[in-house]
Design a protein around this ligand. Structure first.
Ligand code: NAD
Length: 268
């Protein structure tokens, strides 16, 4: 390994189980010498096995519902005490749509569910950053990263209202990233990741076909959760100090493809 994150302190949201992108990222941060606090919603902590990850990485878990500003304030305060200073990196790896969970079609939304979905999946990112900003909790040249998906720009019918939530998330990254950059020298980016076999991913209708199609379309194949963790490490490191306000496509080349030979052959 490269010791890329030696001396860096962070907060990692969203490690539910071994398949989570946040889980893989926490493992890689640990290998690179970074220290961090893990957090997730109380119900997810009960459902998953985050304590195993905490033991493995010598870290503490502080529960926080990312839609609760009070929870986030407590989390950031406690994290600075536990880690002994300000924060260098934050991973927001959170997404949830009640409409997807309940099988409501995009043309038949329950708007209470829609609201809950954008609050958890997008506005929570604003809340996390507002709490960090107001508490002046980030070190200069720190890095904040959230996870997105290309349905923010292009139509993927079964991605449902998560497409709108991701567009909202990416916009928040740019808008807040401006102020965080100007005032605190902190960068804010989103990683637009390939379909990945996780609890959130496999919850999307038709996921099996969807992930296989993306793989066949991408010259390098789909980016895995491990690949995503490696990419996140570079964004937390000092090697990417001037990358900000970007939606970074991490998808094996999928986003610039029209069609691949392998997919064409299926129609010939
Ligand atoms: N899996 C994919 O195909 C894929 C592709 C692109 C982007 N993403 C994004 O990656 C991120 C991580 O998802 P994942 O695929 O690792 O799945 P995951 O299910 O492992 O992670 C989602 C996390 O969100 C957390 N969460 C939900 N509600 C919360 C709340 N109120 N407060 C705090 N945390 C809450 C869950 O507990 C869980 O840990 C999400 O933003 C997801 O949309 C996933």
């Amino acid at each position: 390994m490269y010791n890329l994150l030696k001396g860096k302190k962070g907060i990692i949201f969203g490690a539910l189980d071994e398949s989570s992108i946040a889980w893989k990222t926490a493992e890689r941060v640990h290998e690179e010498g970074g220290v961090f606090v893990l957090t997730n919603a109380p119900a997810s902590i009960r459902l998953g096995n985050i304590t195993a990850l905490a033991e493995k990485t010598n870290s503490q878990v502080i529960p926080a519902d990312a839609t609760s500003v009070a929870d986030l304030e407590n989390l950031v305060e406690q994290a600075m005490v536990i880690l002994g200073g300000k924060i260098d990196f934050v991973l927001h790896s959170i997404g949830m749509s009640v409409n997807v969970r309940k099988g409501n079609h995009y043309t038949n939304q329950n708007y209470e569910f829609t609201e809950k979905g954008w609050n958890v999946s997008a506005v929570s990112f604003h809340k996390v950053m507002q709490v960090l900003y107001k508490k002046d909790a980030m070190n200069e040249w720190g890095s904040i990263v959230a996870l997105s998906y290309m349905a923010a720009q292009r139509v993927f019918p079964d991605y449902n209202d998560m497409a709108d939530n991701k567009a909202f998330l990416e916009s928040i990254a740019r808008s807040f990233g401006y102020f965080f950059g100007r005032d605190k020298k902190v960068r804010v980016n989103t990683i637009s990741q390939s379909p990945t076999e996780t609890r959130a991913g496999t919850g999307v209708k038709g996921f099996g076909g969807f992930i296989a199609f993306a793989d066949k379309m991408s010259p390098l194949g789909n980016a895995t959760a491990e690949d995503c963790a490696n990419y996140a490490i570079t964004l937390f490191s000092d090697l990417t100090k001037k990358v900000t306000l970007q939606n970074l496509l991490h998808d094996g080349g999928f986003s610039n493809m029209g069609v691949s030979q392998e997919v064409m052959e299926m129609f010939e």
